[in-house]
Design a protein around this ligand. Structure first.
Ligand code: FA5
Length: 344
């Protein structure tokens, strides 16, 4: 029996020293010291031995059991401390993990820029719904049902009652100009507002046309507002936006909600007005429509048509962003291509 105990001990010592995980050491404990272990059988058999043998084998078995238990405990501690070390050890020379940072879309950057510049000039920011009544989008701004001006903007209709009665339909708004009357109905002059917003046109897309894009409306109303005020604000805004001196010029044009109406151009941001391929050698780039608010629009808002004057101005956000960042295709903005958006 002495040899048997020694053999168990030798095997245990060898296995404990080879054990490399806490799971293995637990298995060893169960197989050597557990209820069904060979060692337990030996201890159970002590009662059948003679008193003399009992005296020798009893202490030997107990000492061996304790010894194996100690070896297991020590090994367990050693394995646990290795695990802890692995957990806490930091390799300061290892390269760091690069975390992807969220960032603003280029159109959001440009929109914030524009809002900052206008608010610094005392403008408030107003808004209106993307899905707009036909009445605000067209009728109230002097584009009744049969007005040929409606043909200038291909419209996505949401609904329209039979018989094409004036003002009864719903549209994806084609322009931010519809917010003019919405705002004027609730506010009295003088005021200065800008209206940034998404607009929709049922148009074929190409490098400079999208079916969904953004406009910025500016509306200034008071008793003594003139085209000169508009020109000053336009030049101040564009000079600030492009970080260089910009000149603006007006060309006669037609929009039903202004009289007189203009297209307005700014001096080419690429060549400063000398003429280059960006401005087709003219030195000027067209950036939007503008004009003095039509008296019918004041009337639709409930104002006295003979008391107030104001100018309105609308430009495309994507087109400005394209000029600022030299982007040659408007479709990139909504392409969802992160290789594009990551550059800003
Ligand atoms: C208008 O929408 C008028 N509401 C602007 C206005 C406001 C005139 C106030 C007078 C007074 P227009 O359709 O030209 O006008 O559009 C204005 C600007 O939106 C254009 O100069 C252009 O920059 C941009 N734009 C128009 N259509 C598209 C399109 N399909 N894709 C991208 N930008 C466009």
């Amino acid at each position: 029996m002495k040899e048997q105990i020694q053999k168990i001990k030798d095997n245990a010592v060898e296995q404990i020293s080879d054990a490399d995980t806490l799971e293995v050491i637990e298995e060893i404990r169960v197989s050597y010291l557990g209820k069904k272990s060979a060692f337990n059988e030996i201890l159970k058999g002590l009662k059948d031995l003679s008193p003399e043998e009992k005296k020798k084998i009893g202490p030997l078995a107990n000492d061996t059991k304790k010894e194996i238990q100690h070896l297991i405990d020590d090994k367990k501690l050693a394995l646990e401390s290795v695990i802890d070390e692995k957990k806490e050890w930091i390799d300061v020379t290892a390269p760091g993990h690069k975390h992807a940072h969220g960032h603003l879309h280029p159109l959001s950057i440009v929109q914030r820029d524009i809002e900052d510049t206008f608010t610094s000039m005392g403008f408030e920011i107003a808004d209106g719904p993307d899905i707009e009544s036909e009445s605000y989008n067209f009728d109230a701004i002097n584009m009744p049902d049969d007005h040929p001006g409606r043909d200038m903007q291909d419209t996505f209709w949401i609904s329209r009652e039979d018989g094409r009665k004036k003002g009864t339909g719903t549209v994806m708004r084609t322009q931010t100009s519809g917010v003019q009357v919405r705002y004027m109905e609730k506010h009295k002059p003088p005021f200065r507002i800008i209206v940034p917003g998404r607009v929709f046109r049922n148009e074929a897309t190409d490098a400079s046309h999208e079916h969904t894009f953004h406009q910025f409306e500016a509306l200034v109303v008071g008793e003594d507002v003139s085209v000169a005020n508009f020109l000053y604000i336009a030049e101040t805004f564009f000079s600030e936006f492009f970080g260089q001196e910009i000149k603006a010029r007006l060309r006669p044009s037609y929009f039903p909600f202004v009289e007189p109406g203009f297209e307005f151009d700014i001096s080419c941001t690429n060549c400063g007005g000398k003429g280059c391929s960006t401005c087709s050698r003219t030195g000027w780039i067209e950036v939007g429509g503008a004009g003095m608010v039509h008296q019918n629009v004041f009337e639709a808002a409930g104002y006295d048509r003979d008391v107030y004057q104001g100018f309105a101005w609308g430009f495309g956000l994507e087109r400005l962003a394209m000029m600022k960042y030299k982007i040659n295709d408007i479709r990139l903005f909504h392409s969802g291509d992160v290789r594009f958006t990551k550059q800003f």
